[in-house]
Design a protein around this ligand. Structure first.
Ligand code: KG4
Ligand code: ZN
Length: 342
C-alpha cells in the first residue's frame, strides 16, 4: 500500500511517501523557523498561511522523488491533531480532498502516535511491548505500549513540557526558537558541575514530571549573573546551559528507569524533538545497563516533526482497514488513549 503522509501540525510542512512493502520511498521537510524567528515563538496565523503555500508543491516534489504519480497512491494520511488548529486544518483539508478526488481512503493521524512509531522506520526496530518516553515541545509523557493503538499513560508533565522548558531556558540565555538544539550546543562548552540545578519530582514516588520549578531556578541563576548591561559572561551562559540540560536529562532518565522497573519491561523507546538530544542518548543506555534494558530512537531528523512518521503511522492503521469519512475533524487536543487499537 502506497501512502502519502502530510504533517502540518506546527511550524514544519513534512511530506513523505511510505510503501507497506518497500518502506520509505521519499520525504521532505520545509521548516518555517526563519518566518517565526523575529517573534521568538510560533505565530499560529503565519504558520497556517505558510502551510498553504508549501503543501502542494512539496507533494509534487516528493511524488517525483519517489518516481510515482498521484494515480499510484493507495491512501493519504494527514495529521489530525494535536497541534495548532489552523495549521492542522490546512494539511487535513488538502489530504482529505486529494484522497476524495483520487477515490482512495484517507486517515487522520495522531501526531504523538506518529512520533511514538517513528523509531519503527529504523533498522532493528523495537518489538512490543515497550515503554515510550514522548518528549516534544508540547508533551512529556511515559506510556506503556502493547501495540499500535494500545497505550496506557503512566505519567506526564503537570506543567511545562520538556521541549518547552528547553525553549524557555534558551530565551533566558538570549537564544532564538527552537531553543533545544541551541542549548545543547552551548552546553557542550559548559563546565559540568559549576552549577547544580534541581531534578524536579525525582525524590518522591510516581512517574509525573514538573519543569516549571526548574525554569524559575534557571531564571534566578541567570539574574544573579547578569552584569550592569544585563549581559551574562559567555562561559557562565555555557555553564548554565550545561547545568540545565543535565537536570532535564537526569530527570528524564530517572523516570524512565522507574517506569521500566514498575512495568517489568526492558525496552524503552524515546521519541519527539527532545529525543534528538545527544546527552539524553548518551546517558540513557549507561543508566539502563544494570537493568539490561535497551533504548530505541529514530534518526535525529525523524525525532522532530516530519512527514515520514505520519505516513508510517497512517499506513499501519490503513492496512488494518481503518480510515476516516469525508468529514474532517481536526483536534487541537486529543488524548492518545482514545485511539482505537489495530
Ligand atoms: O517533536 P517536535 O519537533 O515538535 C512538537 O511536536 O512539539 O519537538 C520540538 C521540541 C522543541 O521544544 C525543541 O526545542 C526540542 O523539541 N528539541 C530539542 C532538541 N531538538 C529539538 N531539545 C533538546 N535537545 C535537542 N537536541
Ligand atoms: Zn511533534
Amino acid at each position: 500500500m502506497l501512502v502519502l503522509g502530510i504533517e502540518t501540525s506546527c511550524d514544519e510542512t513534512g511530506i513523505a511517501i511510505y510503501d507497506s512493502g518497500r518502506g520509505l520511498l521519499a520525504e521532505t521537510l520545509y521548516s518555517q523557523v526563519e518566518l517565526h524567528a523575529e517573534y521568538g515563538g510560533v505565530v499560529p496565523e503565519l504558520a497556517s498561511r505558510d502551510h498553504i503555500r508549501k503543501t502542494l508543491p512539496l507533494i509534487e516534489q516528493v511524488l517525483a522523488e519517489a518516481g510515482c504519480g498521484r494515480g499510484d497512491l493507495d491512501a493519504v494520511a494527514y495529521t489530525a491533531g494535536p497541534g495548532l488548529i489552523g495549521a492542522l486544518m490546512v494539511g487535513a483539508m488538502i489530504g482529505r480532498s486529494l484522497a476524495y478526488a483520487l477515490g482512495i481512503p484517507a486517515i487522520g493521524v495522531h501526531h504523538m502516535e506518529g512520533h511514538l512509531l517513528a523509531p519503527m522506520l529504523e533498522e532493528n526496530p523495537p518489538v512490543f511491548p515497550f515503554i515510550a518516553l514522548l518528549v516534544s515541545g508540547g508533551h512529556t509523557q511515559l506510556i506503556r505500549v502493547e501495540g499500535v493503538g494500545q497505550y496506557r499513560l503512566l505519567g506526564e508533565s503537570l506543567d511545562d513540557a520538556a521541549g518547552e522548558a528547553f525553549d524557555k531556558a534558551a530565551k533566558m540565555l538570549g537564544m532564538s526558537y527552537p531553543g533545544g538544539p541551541l542549548i545543547a550546543a552551548l552546553a557542550e562548552q559548559g563546565e559540568r558541575g559549576r552549577f547544580v540545578f534541581p531534578r524536579p519530582m525525582t525524590n518522591r514516588p510516581g512517574l509525573d514530571f514538573s519543569f516549571s520549578g526548574l525554569k524559575t531556578f534557571t531564571l534566578n541563576t541567570c539574574s544573579e549573573h547578569r552584569d550592569a548591561q544585563g549581559l551574562i559572561a559567555e562561559q557562565t551562559r555555557a555553564d548554565i546551559a550545561c547545568a540545565f540540560e543535565e537536570a532535564v536529562v537526569d530527570t528524564l532518565v530517572i523516570k524512565c528507569r522507574r517506569a521500566l522497573k514498575q512495568e517489568s519491561l526492558q525496552r524503552l523507546v524515546i521519541a519527539g524533538g527532545v529525543s534528538a538530544n545527544k546527552r539524553l542518548r548518551e546517558k540513557l543506555p549507561e543508566a539502563l545497563a544494570k537493568q539490561r534494558a535497551q533504548v530505541f530512537y529514530a534518526r535525529p531528523a525523524f525525532c522532530t516533526d516530519n512527514g515520514a512518521m505520519i505516513a508510517y503511522a497512517g499506513c499501519q492503521r490503513l492496512v488494518a482497514g481503518q480510515g476516516d469519512g469525508l468529514g474532517v475533524t481536526a483536534r487541537p487536543r486529543w488524548p492518545m488513549e482514545q485511539l482505537p487499537a489495530v
